[in-house]
Design a protein around this ligand. Structure first.
Ligand SMILES: *Cc1c(COP(=O)(O)O)cnc(C)c1O
Length: 330
């Protein structure tokens, strides 16, 4: 089985940089959804608590309950509880769902400022707030999400404007948050109550080159073990479909990491490791072959470098990693 290492000092380094942006550790809500972007939910919750992070964001109730003891505040993005919690806040993603939350639930209202994915419309905002009160739910915050925080096409500015107006027109005493990682690093100064930071904490934030360099470092590395090794002659082919033909006599070894573990099959044939070791042929379910003889091979230590091979983003490279791969904090 492959293994994952999590570099604690890089994680803390990233949190230092994020904290310098927010000016307060209390404002950092670490996004731990999807097994902490593939890093391991409990591992990252443990490290976050050690650093002093008190807030977390997850997708489901089950995730929230798993990490309940680690944080003072947990925001669930898309789930409905059976009973209210003192610690876990729930997102209202549309006006129709308000009636489904049990009385006494702590809720945060998502508003659609033009991403058109989740959230009540700006027009529905006031009636939604009234309905939340009428149903006996406890509204703590209004928040939104940007579609283009890492792009330069004018959409970010439009959503920013929309949310600024909302802040002025809702009842006092509510908290506000809108920023993901890219939005946090896009702005010179941060003046909201919370940032929902995911990819920056994991060190894989990518921004257009016109933004200032952030100095974040990836924390996850993946290693695979050799299952077997063989000498291959010029003209021999390796793997399913015989898509890789050896150009010379060489050693090909097979490693215990395949698409069943989360190594995207689109990386087949072209991928090169950080040590420039060439993949040989197609990735299979539990195996991939490389032109190497090493017993343990570093497959990657920066998901951003893998992503282009599979025509995807680091988020997908990371969240594809299966939960049963051993994770080790170093
Ligand atoms: C996943 C998510 C985030 C975190 O985004 P990053 O780009 O990883 O920082 C923030 N807010 C919401 C609503 C999300 O779904």
């Amino acid at each position: 089985m492959a293994r994952i290492t999590l570099n604690k000092s890089n994680f803390f380094h990233n949190l230092d940089i994020i904290k310098a942006q927010t000016q307060s550790v209390e404002k950092i809500a670490l996004v731990l959804k999807d097994n902490a972007y593939g890093h391991g939910l409990l591992e990252m919750a443990t490290l976050a608590q050690e650093y002093g992070i008190t807030k977390a964001v997850v997708r489901s109730n089950a995730e929230a309950q798993t990490i309940e003891e680690f944080f003072e505040y947990i925001l669930v993005l898309a789930d409905i509880p059976k009973v209210p919690s003192k610690k876990i806040r729930y997102t209202i993603n549309d006006a129709q769902s308000i009636k489904e939350f049990p009385k006494g639930t702590l809720v945060e209202l998502k508003v659609n400022t033009d991403m058109n994915r989740n959230g009540v419309s700006i027009k529905e905002l006031n009636t939604s707030i009234e309905l939340i009160e009428k149903r006996g739910l406890s509204l703590e915050a209004i928040f939104t999400h940007f579609s283009c925080a890492d792009e330069l096409n004018g959409n970010y500015e439009r959503q920013y404007e929309n949310f600024s107006k909302i802040k002025q027109n809702v009842p006092k005493g509510l908290r506000f948050h809108s920023c993901n990682s890219a939005a946090l690093f896009r702005e010179e100064s941060f003046d909201e109550d919370i940032v929902r930071v995911g990819i920056a904490a994991y060190g894989c934030l990518e921004m257009p080159s016109s933004f200032k360099k952030h100095g974040l470092k990836p924390i996850l590395a993946l290693y695979a073990n050799k299952i077997s090794s063989r000498q291959i002659s010029k003209g021999d082919c390796v793997g399913y479909g015989a898509t890789f033909e050896c150009k010379e006599n060489q050693v090909v070894s097979n490693y215990d990491f395949g698409y069943g573990d989360g190594f995207l099959r689109a990386n087949s044939n072209t991928y090169k490791t950080p040590e420039a070791i060439q993949i040989a042929g197609r990735i299979s379910m539990d195996n991939s072959s490389f032109l190497s003889d090493e017993d343990e091979l570093l497959i990657f230590n920066d998901a951003r470098e893998v992503a282009p091979y599979a025509k995807t983003i680091s988020y997908e490279v990371l969240t594809s990693l299966k939960a049963n791969i051993k994770r080790e904090i170093i």
